[in-house]
Design a protein around this ligand. Structure first.
Ligand code: PRE
Length: 274
């Protein structure tokens, strides 16, 4: 089994992948970007991929949500991973010495307060670990990567300040994706749906939500994404706190279809706290 994740070594994705797949022998495929992970699974270069989809401070990682549809992927597990971000420098330095921070956009966004109050410039990288590697390979003393403790150790960087995210209690939700439609009807705790209204009318979203209210199904995530076909047209990712084996969930899907909406079940899965 080959599993793809966002590399290089030292990324949060790598830590999540190693912890989740720990019991079995796996072949790993570190990729250069989140989209490359999804593409590797979509095109069969890897059997499974681990990608971040939501962070408790910054919200949805849109390229993951959109990529699920581009590459026709299914979600087979959800992982909750605690994220602590650190300021990593090449030499011993303090926050006052730093003028510029490098990282992936979601990690920069999780440290908005520190960046704003210290008037730091930012540079975007494809992962926290590629930013840490770039800091190691340069000579400036006023730049720092925003990355993990594992990246600091791996690249021999100094931790100038730790726990710099806006909220100490910070978690990222990863999903494990594959090409296989694994929506079995075995007991699972959550389901992800994509609902595409075929018509636009006033109250279309509330009519969709009312179906879940009427069936007492709690929703854990809702995200509107543009269809990319015409300005102002959306489809909705909805995650419900019920597995697809549950009769109420099956009923919700058939009512939504009877309303004329297109409904795809993107996965039914359990949550693992890492
Ligand atoms: O860059 C990494 O280390 C990643 O695994 C990606 C990622 C993300 O994009 O959300 C994962 C967890 C943290 O939220 C920060 C970065």
């Amino acid at each position: 089994m080959k599993a793809a994740y966002l590399g290089p070594q030292g990324s949060f994705s790598e830590e999540a992948a190693h912890r989740y797949f720990s019991e079995v022998n796996h072949e790993w495929l570190p990729c250069d970007s989140i989209v490359d992970v999804l593409e590797a699974v979509g095109e069969g270069a890897a059997d499974k991929g681990i990608v971040p989809i939501e962070n408790s401070i910054e919200g949805t990682i849109n390229m993951t949500a959109d990529g699920l549809l581009t590459y026709n992927l299914f979600v087979e597990a959800e992982l909750i991973f605690p994220v602590s971000l650190h300021l990593l420098t090449k030499e011993h330095a303090s926050l006052q010495d730093i003028r510029e921070v490098w990282s992936i956009v979601p990690a920069l966004a999780q440290c908005r307060e520190l960046i704003r109050t210290n008037k730091l410039k930012t540079r975007q990288f494809d992962s926290t670990s590629s930013a840490a590697q770039a800091v190691m390979n340069q000579e400036r003393h006023d730049v720092a990567a925003i990355a993990s403790h594992a990246a600091a150790k791996l690249f021999g960087l100094h931790i100038a300040k730790s726990g710099i995210q806006d909220n100490e209690n910070n978690h990222t939700r990863f999903i494990v994706v594959s090409k296989e439609n694994n929506v079995q009807h075995q007991e699972r705790t959550k389901t992800m749906l994509l609902i595409s209204p075929t018509e636009d009318y006033s109250g279309v979203l509330s009519s969709i939500l009312n179906v879940f209210t009427a069936l007492s199904i709690n929703l854990t995530w809702i995200e509107s994404r543009p269809t990319k076909k015409q300005l102002g047209t959306y489809h909705f990712f909805i995650e419900a706190q019920k597995g697809m084996h549950d009769d109420r969930m099956k009923k919700a899907v058939s009512i939504l279809q009877a309303f004329g909406h297109e409904v795809s079940v993107l996965g039914s899965y359990h949550t693992t706290k890492l």
